[in-house]
Design a protein around this ligand. Structure first.
Ligand code: 3HC
Length: 352
């Protein structure tokens, strides 16, 4: 581990060591994004992304970060992911606008924020004063216009390309020209989303958080075809400031996380469908044998069976490989409205 940089971004440790090649990314890896652009669509992009570059980029990197300090973030969408992102912004000392057109959704987000922060106080992870300060940093608004002073926007709305296109066109028109326009999409192409922003495509980036946002350490940072190195560097820095570990991936369907996770979940459904074992046994086997915190079927309920299904369809369509096609049993459960935790029933019964 390398020392931190007082909230300005990744550690200079490996950079000062000069030109080195490492196979595995350090958790803090901001500078290698310089190499990333050279190979943004190349098959070995990830490996090249960890080649350490020397100081000219470091200076430019710090210059960029200093010139665009992030004081406030607009989080578009107050669902599970959006409310988590607004919360970690606030607990990291950044003002957050929680934006949603639904008053019910905003109320739910407010309740969630209060509950998680109260739990943090109870567990002595923060003081009562810090809790009050964090809550005061979040402003709940029903339009982007009311958040237009934000110098960062992250979209966490419905996973639908048409909706995202409309939102990104509005984001482009609403937020200042220095604002990064990030999306928390789990599988839609960043390059495609960026087309809705015209000449601002260089400021569009994937900032993929994981559920539950306050607990999960990863932010997958995805560079679209037009995303600038500066935007990537700033995204890495903001994710680190939020206490997360940013890791880069190129803009291919499902990026890394869902490209690997979804076939695993799908295979668990196929194993169940074929009678290899019952869901409880499949999940226990994966928990006890592979140290998963929850088994793949339980995780599918947690993510949402419809969400898993839709991501698999994006993978199938974009990558053209039959292995991504959703298992018939998964399709059937979705058709029946058994969507997991959120509908009270999925693989398991969550109604009690
Ligand atoms: N918000 C905030 N904190 C939460 C939380 C939430 N929604 N859910 C759990 N926590 C906290 C709890 O408060 C608890 O903290 P504390 O006791 O120290 O105060 C801690 O997390 C552990 O929770 P629990 O004791 O209730 O339960 P578990 O130990 O089983 O942990 C879990 C719950 C963290 C969800 C764990 O089961 C887990 O890590 N599961 C895997 C989650 C995962 O894989 N997420 C990624 C999904 S894929 C994705 O998001 C990408 C998308 O594109 C599909």
């Amino acid at each position: 581990m390398h020392g931190r940089t007082a909230g300005l971004g990744p550690s200079p440790g490996p950079v000062l060591a000069g030109e080195t090649t490492v196979r595995h990314p350090e958790p803090s890896f901001g500078f290698p994004v310089a190499d990333w652009s050279e190979n943004s669509l190349g098959g070995n992009g990830i490996r090249s992304a960890v080649r350490i570059s020397t100081s000219p980029f470091q200076s430019r990197f710090l210059e960029v970060l200093m010139s665009h300090e992030v004081n406030s973030v607009a989080v578009i969408g107050a669902g599970t992911m959006g409310s988590g992102i607004a919360l970690i912004a606030a607990t990291s000392g950044i003002d957050a606008f929680q934006v949603d057109v639904s008053p019910e959704q905003l109320e739910r987000a407010k309740g969630y924020h209060a509950k998680v922060l109260a739990r943090n106080v109870e567990k002595e992870r923060m003081t009562e004063g810090e809790m009050v300060a964090a809550l005061a940093r979040i402003t709940y608004v029903d339009s982007m216009d009311a958040a237009k002073s934000a110098d960062w926007a992250v979209e966490a709305a419905t996973e639908n390309p048409e909706i995202k296109a409309k939102l990104f066109a509005t984001m482009r028109a609403t937020f200042p020209d220095h604002a990064v326009l990030a999306t928390n999409t789990s599988s839609i192409s960043i390059t495609q989303i960026a087309t809705a922003t015209g000449d601002a495509a260089d400021r569009v980036v994937g900032m993929h958080f994981f559920n539950p946002v306050p607990v999960m350490k990863l932010v997958e940072v995805i560079k679209g075809l037009a995303t600038s190195d500066e935007t990537v560097a700033r995204t890495v820095a903001l994710a680190e400031r939020m206490g997360k570990t940013p890791i880069p991936a190129n803009d291919r369907a499902g990026f890394v996380s869902n490209r690997v996770l979804m076939p695993l979940i799908n295979e668990a459904f196929c194993a169940w469908m074929e009678g290899v074992a019952e869901p409880e046994a499949i999940d226990e086997i994966m928990k006890l044998g592979c140290n998963f915190p929850m088994g793949p079927l339980r995780l599918a309920d947690f993510i949402g069976l419809d969400v898993c299904h839709d991501i698999m369809m994006v993978l199938y369509r974009e990558l053209g490989d039959q292995k991504f096609f959703p298992c018939p049993l998964l399709r059937q459960l979705v058709t029946a409205g058994r969507l997991g935790d959120k509908s009270g029933q999925g693989v398991y019964d969550h109604s009690r």
